[in-house]
Write a protein that binds this ligand. Structure first.
Ligand code: FAD
Ligand code: FES
Ligand code: MG
Length: 276
């Protein structure tokens, strides 16, 4: 659980390489860990961006958005986490689908890397679309370019790549798909809820299998507390054990959006304590 390497990879985004032999041995693409920075702190889920069986390490990349990620970002090389549990969640189904579009938004780009790598290793043709607010927030460009057959970047402010949103590029690709009769077998998307929702709505009429990686609020990460429940195809699912990947065409995004905001007042309060 010791931090072996620490790197600031973009504004507010930090990468840790952590000594974790048991998790590194078992982790598969799409799985995550739940960590505690301190004994009296909360538990937060973060994706395993890389697991190195030989070096016995895992890599996490996190954005400092609130109290726990900010105190996590203050840890230095040589310090240890209080606890680390994983690998958790169902691995992403990786196989040769054929032509695949993968989309990552914001810190979701870190979560996308292991999936894109694994899909490429299985021989898929990968069209990657990344979206960030501004150029300074773009991460892992070279790593994702290396596993992509087609590569697109969008920024909200037009500071890099195409000005606009990932769905604009997706729309272009799907329109081309109709004209050229190119068949995309899978769209995989991880990013903010509005992005995953928009992507799912866009692919629905094309009947393309669309997987979204949900970021529901979690506590234990093992199916015991019910905190991460989501409605998928009208049934209650737990994101931590039934997901985090789900069929985007079946997710109740309205409910997810509301549930994601339910601790907002407490989150504001705790960040004020940190700043004060
Ligand atoms: P807070 O101010 O407490 O919360 C900010 C926002 O983060 C909240 O509004 C809520 O939307 C979300 N959040 C808060 N607490 C939790 C929680 N316990 N579980 C889930 N979401 C929460 N972030 C990354 O930067 N990198 C990753 O690789 C990554 N992978 C994730 C994988 C999964 C399966 C899930 C569910 C989430 C992942 N996240 C990732 C999101 C990360 O867990 C939250 O950003 C973090 O918990 C925020 O905690 P905080 O105390 O710093 O912020
Ligand atoms: Fe407790 Fe999923 S986090 S059931
Ligand atoms: Mg928090």
């Amino acid at each position: 659980m010791k931090i072996l390497e620490k790197e600031r990879i973009a504004e507010n985004l930090t990468k840790f390489i952590i000594d974790s032999p048991l998790i590194a041995q078992k982790a598969l693409p799409g799985q995550f860990i739940v960590l505690m920075v301190r004994e009296n702190g909360e538990r937060i889920p973060l994706t395993i961006v890389e697991a190195d069986k030989k070096k016995k390490t895992i890599t996490i990349i996190f954005q400092e958005v609130g109290y726990t990620t900010k105190i996590l970002g203050k840890l230095a090389v040589g310090e240890s986490l209080y606890s680390l549990t994983g690998p958790l969640g169902k691995p992403t189904p990786i196989k040769n689908y054929g032509k695949v579009i993968v989309l990552g938004g914001g810190v979701g780009i870190a979560e996308l890397l292991p999936i894109a790598k694994a899909l490429k290793q299985k021989g898929n043709h990968i069209s990657t679309i990344l979206g960030v607010k501004t150029k300074g927030l773009l991460i892992l460009e070279q790593e994702l370019r290396a596993v992509s057959d087609e590569f697109y970047i969008t920024t909200d402010d037009g500071s890099y790549g195409k000005k606009g949103f990932t769905v604009d590029i997706l729309k272009d690709l799907l329109t081309k798909y109709e004209i050229l009769n190119t068949k995309y077998e899978l769209v995989y998307c991880v990013g903010p809820i509005p992005m995953m929702r928009a992507v799912s709505e866009l692919t629905r009429p094309f009947k393309i299998k669309t997987i979204v990686c949900l970021n529901s609020i979690m506590i234990d990460g093992t199916g015991m507390c019910g905190c991460c429940r989501v409605t998928v195809a009208g049934a209650v699912k737990f994101t931590c054990v039934d997901g985090p990947d789900f069929d985007g065409h079946l997710v109740d995004f309205n409910e997810l959006t509301i549930r994601q905001k339910r601790f907002l007042e407490h989150e504001k309060e705790s960040i004020c304590k940190l700043d004060g």
